[in-house]
Ligand binder design. Structure first.
Ligand code: NAD
Length: 340
């Protein structure tokens, strides 16, 4: 049977994006909902034919342990709640898919990995771009040398935050500003396009603290990563402009995606030897990146393999995120490889 997911947090992503995607899945289905809004939970459950016993509030969430229909808990809550619900889900004997950013600190990521390990449960991060056809094709082209030796990656992600009351602008819930949200895409792109782990980071921040949106978290953050091969990545995130871009330069050409990491409508070009062509990748391995992500984890749970974007991958990003913030704060380059 397809494995059952419980969606925790019926917000714009959990309810608006993920739940409709079960229709495109082969190995996954919606099995339960967890919400602080009983009327909403009841309505969503009814729409999807779920029994009343598969509706949970945050307070009685731990009862999910007794629900054999639920194999996987998918945490779609504000960032600072990821660790708590991942750990509670693992203790309830469920595998966990957790949204990005994995959590708001390295310490939380480590606690999440430890809890899943102790319960012998799997943990995956909702890094959907690893299932998005253009990003997959760009990774393949980078690895096979289509642009020559990779020398430089640039990635910028951002959108305009308009409402100062949103949780994304409250540090206690978000853990940080644009870096914790869209910056994760730029950071991920730098790592999956180069296929390397950075050895040094230099960052700076620009935030108008008089702007009521940015009293608690950063607006623009800009950072450079150095890689062992000598490649460099120049990354950015912001909450005051829309941008969504990945550029990879090799010594023989380039691969460019813009928009790069949207839910749909991404575009990609490859330039080599002075010739430029737009790439229309063959349909990806799944109907959509979301179905690919959901079915991948169901398959991992079924077969016992690790997810390609496991908790370790989220932890690697969070270590770099902490270094980016620290570098911006201290105004200096930080080594990430333990050398001084
Ligand atoms: P949202 O504000 O639309 O939804 C958040 C949900 O959490 C709501 O149902 C809300 O009621 C619930 N919630 C519970 N306690 C809350 C509290 N104390 N304060 C605020 N909300 C509370 O947010 P979203 O856009 O759905 O984001 C949820 C998570 O999903 C975030 O971690 C975000 O980074 C991630 N996300 C990922 C993607 C992606 O493409 N992978 C896209 C959007 C969001």
């Amino acid at each position: 049977r397809p494995l059952g997911y419980a969606i925790v947090g019926l917000g714009s992503y959990g309810l608006g994006v993920i739940i409709p995607q079960f229709a495109n899945c082969t190995h996954s289905r919606l099995a339960a909902v967890v919400s602080g809004d009983p009327a909403k939970a009841k309505r969503v459950a009814a729409e999807h034919g779920l029994p009343n016993r598969s509706i949970y509030s945050y307070a009685d969430f731990d009862r999910i342990r007794d629900n054999p229909d639920v194999d996987i808990v998918y945490v779609c809550l504000p960032n600072s709640m990821h660790a708590e619900y991942t750990i509670r889900a693992a203790r309830a004997g469920k595998h966990v898919m957790c949204e990005k950013p994995m959590a708001v600190s390295v310490a939380e990521c480590e606690a999440m990995i430890a809890a899943c390990r102790a319960a012998n449960r799997k943990l995956m991060i909702g890094y959907r771009c690893h299932f998005e056809p253009y990003n997959l094709e760009a990774m393949r082209l980078a690895r096979t040398g289509a642009a020559g030796k990779v020398r430089y990656v640039r990635s910028e992600h951002g959108f305009v935050q308009r409402d100062p009351s949103r949780w994304r602008l409250k540090r206690a819930l978000s853990g940080g500003g644009s870096l914790m949200d869209m910056g994760i895409y730029s950071l991920q792109a730098a790592r999956y396009m180069t296929g390397e782990e950075p050895i040094a980071v230099t960052a700076r921040e620009s935030t108008d603290r008089r702007d009521p949106r940015f009293t608690e978290v950063e607006d623009i953050i800009d950072w450079t990563l150095e890689f062992p091969s000598g490649a460099i990545a120049s990354c950015q995130s912001m909450y005051s402009a829309n941008q969504n871009h990945i550029l990879l330069m090799g010594d023989a050409g380039r691969v460019e995606l813009e928009p790069a990491t949207r839910y749909d409508g991404n575009h990609m070009w490859v330039g080599k030897d002075g010739r430029e062509r737009e790439i229309m990748p063959a349909p990806g391995p799944a109907k959509t990146q979301f179905a690919g992500q959901l079915d991948h984890f169901a398959d991992c749970v079924r077969t016992g393999r690790e997810a390609i974007v496991s908790g370790d991958e989220g932890l690697r990003d969070m270590r770099i995120v902490e270094a980016i913030y620290r570098s911006a704060r201290e105004g200096r380059t930080l080594r990430l490889d333990g050398r001084s």
